[in-house]
Design a binder for this molecule. Structure first.
Ligand code: SF4
Length: 394
C-alpha cells in the first residue's frame, strides 16, 4: 500500500522548548508580598474555622505557615469576625485576606481593620452602588481587592444574555466591575474567574488574559474531596499555568486546608512555573525491572525532604530508557542487574552497586549544587520558560 509522506518541514519552526512565557500582568502589593508581574505564583489557602474563634483560627494559620502557605484568607460573615481581624493579624506572619459575601457592610467593616487584602464576589454584593462604596473604602485604605467572579453567582442579566454561566459571561462580569473600580481611580485588583467545571474555568481565564493585564488568582472551585479534587484541580490549572496565566493559586480541597499547600506547589512544580524541590523521574517499573526501584525512590525522597534544589534526577529501573533519560536529567542512573551507571549533565561519572545508589545520588546532587554555585547559577534564579533544564525558583 502506498502512503503519502507527511510534510515535516513545519517541524523545523515548531518550538523546541514549549513553555510559554508568563502572561504580563501588573504588580499588586498584598502586605509584604507582591502578586503579578514576574513575581513567583504565590500559594494561598483559606481557614475552615469560625473566624471569631481566634485561638482556633490562629492555630490553623500557623499550621498553614509551617507548610509554607504564603497568603491566608478568612471568612468574615459577622461583625464578631471583623472584630478579631486585628488580633489574628498580629499573631501571624503571612498577609491576611478577608473574604466577604453578600453583605457590603461587612466589607466596609472589615476594611476598618488591619487586613492586607479584601476578596469580594461582585455578583452577590448587592449591586453596583454598594460595590462602588467598597471600592472607595479600599482605595482610601490603600488596600488591594480580589474581584472573585464565580460561575455560580453571576448577575442574572448576564446569564440571560449568554444563555448560561459560560466563560464570556464570567469575563464580562469581571470587566464590568473592573471598569467601575477604574472609574474610581482604583487599580489594585486581582481577578478570579472560578467554576467547578474545568473547561469553563480554563476558557474563562484564557479569555480574560486576552483582554486584561490584572493579575489572576487561579483555582478550580469546589473541587471536592481528595484525591479526585487534586487531580481535578491539576487538570484545570495545568492548561492555565502552561499558557503562562496565573499569579496566585489556591487548591480548594474539602476538609483540612493544610494539604492544599503541597498540592499547589506540586502543580506549580509539574508545570515548571515554580520549581522549588528536586524533580524525581522514576519509571512505573515492569517485568524488566533490574533493581528495587520503589525502595530506592522512597529512600531518596526521604533524604531529599526539605531540599530546595531544583535539580532533575532520573532513576530508571532498567536499560530500556535508563541511559536516555539519565542523559537528559541533571543527574541520572541507568540501572541493570543490581548495579547502575550514574550520569551527570549527560556524562558518565561513576558505576555503583544497587546498595550504594542512594548515597551516590545524594553525593552527586551535592556536587551538582556546588558546581552550579561556582558557575554563578544560584538556586534563586528567576523562572526562565524555555530553558532546557528546569528553572530554579524559590
Ligand atoms: S525503564 Fe525498564 S523497568 Fe522501568 S518501566 Fe521501562 S522497561 Fe520497565
Amino acid at each position: 500500500m502506498s502512503i503519502t509522506p507527511r510534510d515535516l518541514s513545519r517541524l523545523q519552526d515548531a518550538p523546541r522548548h514549549p513553555a510559554k512565557p508568563r502572561h504580563k500582568t501588573r504588580e499588586v502589593c498584598v502586605g509584604n508580598r507582591v502578586i503579578g508581574g514576574d513575581n513567583p505564583v504565590l500559594v494561598q489557602s483559606m481557614t475552615t474555622t469560625d473566624t471569631f474563634d481566634v485561638e482556633a483560627t490562629v492555630a490553623q494559620i500557623k499550621r498553614l505557615e509551617e507548610v509554607e502557605c504564603e497568603l491566608v484568607r478568612v471568612t468574615v460573615p459577622k461583625p464578631e469576625d471583623a472584630a478579631v481581624l486585628s488580633k489574628i493579624r498580629s499573631r501571624i506572619g503571612i498577609p491576611l485576606i478577608c473574604d466577604i459575601h453578600f453583605d457590603y457592610k461587612m466589607a466596609l467593616m472589615a476594611l476598618d481593620h488591619p487586613v492586607d487584602k479584601i476578596r469580594i464576589n461582585p455578583g452577590n454584593i448587592g449591586g453596583y452602588d454598594r460595590f462602588r462604596q467598597v471600592i472607595r473604602k479600599a482605595k482610601e485604605r490603600g488596600l488591594p481587592m480580589r474581584i472573585g467572579v464565580n460561575a455560580g453567582s453571576l448577575e442574572r442579566e448576564l446569564v440571560e444574555k449568554y444563555g448560561f454561566p459560560c466563560p464570556p459571561a464570567m469575563v464580562e462580569s469581571a470587566i464590568r466591575y473592573i471598569e467601575i473600580a477604574e472609574s474610581e481611580g482604583y487599580h489594585d485588583m486581582i481577578v478570579s474567574l472560578k467554576s467547578s467545571d474545568v473547561p469553563t474555568a480554563v476558557e474563562a481565564y484564557r479569555l480574560f488574559a486576552q483582554m486584561c493585564d490584572y493579575p489572576t488568582h487561579i483555582g478550580i472551585t469546589e473541587a471536592g474531596k481528595p484525591p479526585y479534587a487534586v487531580t481535578k484541580s491539576a487538570a484545570g490549572l495545568a492548561p492555565i499555568l502552561l499558557d503562562g496565566i496565573g499569579d496566585t493559586i489556591r487548591i480548594s480541597l474539602l476538609g483540612d486546608p493544610v494539604p492544599e499547600i503541597a498540592a499547589a506547589f506540586d502543580i506549580l512544580q509539574a508545570t515548571q512555573r515554580r520549581v522549588r524541590k528536586p524533580e524525581l523521574i522514576a519509571c512505573p517499573t515492569c517485568g524488566r525491572l533490574a533493581i528495587d526501584l520503589e525502595k530506592i525512590i522512597a529512600d531518596l525522597e526521604k533524604r531529599l525532604e526539605g531540599r530546595r534544589t531544583a535539580v532533575k534526577v532520573s532513576v530508571l529501573g532498567c536499560v530500556v530508557n535508563g541511559p536516555g533519560e539519565a542523559r537528559e536529567a541533571d543527574i541520572g542512573i541507568a540501572a541493570g542487574n543490581g548495579k547502575g551507571v550514574i550520569f551527570r549533565n549527560g556524562d558518565i561519572v561513576r558505576h555503583v552497586l544497587e546498595a550504594e545508589m542512594v548515597d551516590a545520588l545524594i553525593e552527586e546532587i551535592d556536587h551538582w549544587e556546588s558546581d552550579q554555585e561556582k558557575a554563578g547559577k544560584s538556586t534563586k534564579e528567576t523562572p526562565a520558560p524555555g530553558r532546557k533544564r528546569l528553572p530554579v525558583v524559590v
